[in-house]
Write a protein that binds this ligand. Structure first.
Ligand code: ADP
Ligand code: MG
Length: 476
């Protein structure tokens, strides 16, 4: 198979978090009961009028800024006219002429390398209702009708499935850090259209693209792109790529292939026009300023901070910023005064290990930063060893009792010089034969003496101090 350059552009839809829908007062919550979150506006009842949700506009403007886009002077919406059973009005309210953001760019990391991704635009719109298909009938669920949706469109500037997924992951993380969306693919909150074409390495013109619509997981985006690159490359090898017309396909999860839906040549004319029911309004500079100032640090910025300010390794910092809730846990530990490396070690090893093992979200994990601190404080005071700390951690998580219930004064490590000397002297005089052997060259008996001290103190002797004293006494 010949080697060709792939060109990929993405359209990423993400449902925004809000109390009510974008143009109605119906609740915007994930709801398993069909047609429970519905207001008359969502059903397009005659005489009803949409009212724009300010919070959704604010969040959309924030994401526009995160993508370094230009924001418009005025906010207004367009109607995209088409008929489908999931669209009761016969049009979708969206933005065509003046989106919340245009001409952006954002730097992502892919396989340790930085990559600039160019953004064509980002616009705010309403989601459609959803259809549930049964054996010989289909039902419409209006819960999703009017849920706020942000659509971002990249330029055709990505060149592999890895880059495409890295970009999507980057954006999912940004949506979560900005707290504008749960960005949960499992709840269908993120859906992507993927555009793929190939070209000769030295070609200057793009090939004919194929659009794969409505992919609902990043794994499927990855597979669809690779399948499409392979399919198109084979056509090109056979000299048939020129025959490829611009078409829309869908990804079939079962076979891992893309399947033709329709040609794009007979593209629908949506007859866009400005929605007259939603008055145009000016976006004040002071509002933009306020929004810009409230953008939180995003994953890559936090990562740099953790490395440069707190001395974490690149790897650990990367693990912690991967999920917003990990970063929040970590920062809460620091706010409580915990040492950064200590917090990072606990989080990246024991805690992430346990939430993985127990299959719970970190926010539902029993051992909060406050409770973790009960353990780390005692380690710092020398009351318990780090080995005991781990035992207490697991017991506390298992029995859901505060760590302090397992910490008693008689757990204290014996670090006291004179107390340990007394114990060691007794042990040495009880083992005079071994002491003789040691002195005549059998120095590997050293561990035997350490073992005796540990046995005698039920593991509580401070190993460092014990070894120092033993060395001193045996070398005499
Ligand atoms: P449409 O209006 O039909 O959706 P656009 O020109 O807006 O088409 O492009 C939609 C998406 O297709 C964008 O993400 C863009 O980056 C991508 N795209 C455009 N041309 C190509 C191409 N030749 N190969 C791959 N992707 C492309
Ligand atoms: Mg589109």
């Amino acid at each position: 198979m010949g080697h060709y350059k792939a060109v990929i552009g993405l359209e990423m839809h993400c449902e925004l978090k809000s109390n009510s829908k974008i143009f109605s007062s119906a609740r915007n919550t994930y709801n398993e009961t069909p047609n429970d979150n519905v207001a008359p506006v969502d059903m397009a009842f005659p005489g009803t009028l949409p009212v724009v949700n300010k919070k959704c506009v604010r969040d959309a403007l924030m994401m526009s800024m995160v993508l370094n886009c230009k924001q418009p002077e005025y906010m207004y919406f367009d109607r995209k006219n088409y008929y489908y059973p999931d669209l009761p009005k016969g049009y979708q309210i969206t933005q065509m002429e003046s989106p919340v953001g245009v001409d952006g760019e954002i730097t992502i990391e892919c396989n340790g390398k930085k990559k600039k991704v160019y953004i064509h635009d980002i616009h705010l719109e309403e989601d459609a209702a959803s259809l549930d298909h049964y054996f010989d009938t289909s039902c419409i669920d209006y819960n999703r009708a009017g849920v706020p949706l942000l659509e971002l469109v990249t330029e055709p500037c990505l060149s592999s499935a890895e880059e495409a997924v890295a970009f999507l992951e980057h954006m999912r993380s940004a949506y979560k850090y900005c707290d504008v969306s749960e960005a949960d693919t499992k709840k269908g909150q993120i859906r992507c259209d993927v555009n793929v074409s190939i070209m000769d390495e030295d070609a200057t013109e793009f090939g004919t693209r194929v659009e794969i619509k409505n992919i609902n997981s990043f794994g499927n985006v990855y597979d669809a792109i690779n399948y499409e690159i392979k399919r198109q490359s084979e056509l090109k090898d056979q000299g048939r790529y020129g025959e490829v017309e611009q078409e829309t396909r869908r990804f079939d999860e079962e076979s891992g292939t893309t399947i033709r839906m329709r040609s794009k040549v007979d593209a629908i004319d949506y007859k866009y026009f400005v929605d007259p029911n939603l008055p145009k309004f000016k976006i004040e500079d002071s509002w933009l300023k306020e929004i810009r100032e409230s953008i939180p640090l995003l994953a890559l910025e936090r990562k740099e901070k953790y490395i440069n300010d707190f001395g974490l390794s690149e790897y650990d910092a990367g693990v912690i910023v991967k999920e917003k809730e990990y970063a929040e846990y970590f920062e809460e530990c620091l706010n409580l005064g915990m040492d950064a490396k200590t917090a990072s070690n606990w989080l990246t090893t024991q805690i992430l290990g346990e939430i993985n093992h127990l299959d719970v979200a970190l926010k539902d994990f029993y051992l909060t930063p406050n409770l973790l601190q009960q353990i780390t404080n005692e380690v710092n005071k020398g009351t318990i060893s780090s080995k005991q700390a781990k035992e207490i951690f697991y017991k506390s998580v298992e029995e859901q009792k505060e760590p302090k219930t397992y910490i008693s004064s008689d757990m204290a490590q014996i670090s006291d010089q004179s107390e340990l000397e007394k114990i060691i002297e007794t042990i040495l005089s009880d083992n005079s034969a071994q002491v003789e052997q040691y002195k005549s060259g059998k120095t590997n008996l050293f561990d035997y003496f350490v073992g005796q001290v540990m046995k005698n103190t039920r593991g509580k002797a401070n190993p460092v101090v014990t070894k120092e004293i033993l060395k001193k006494k045996l070398e005499k």
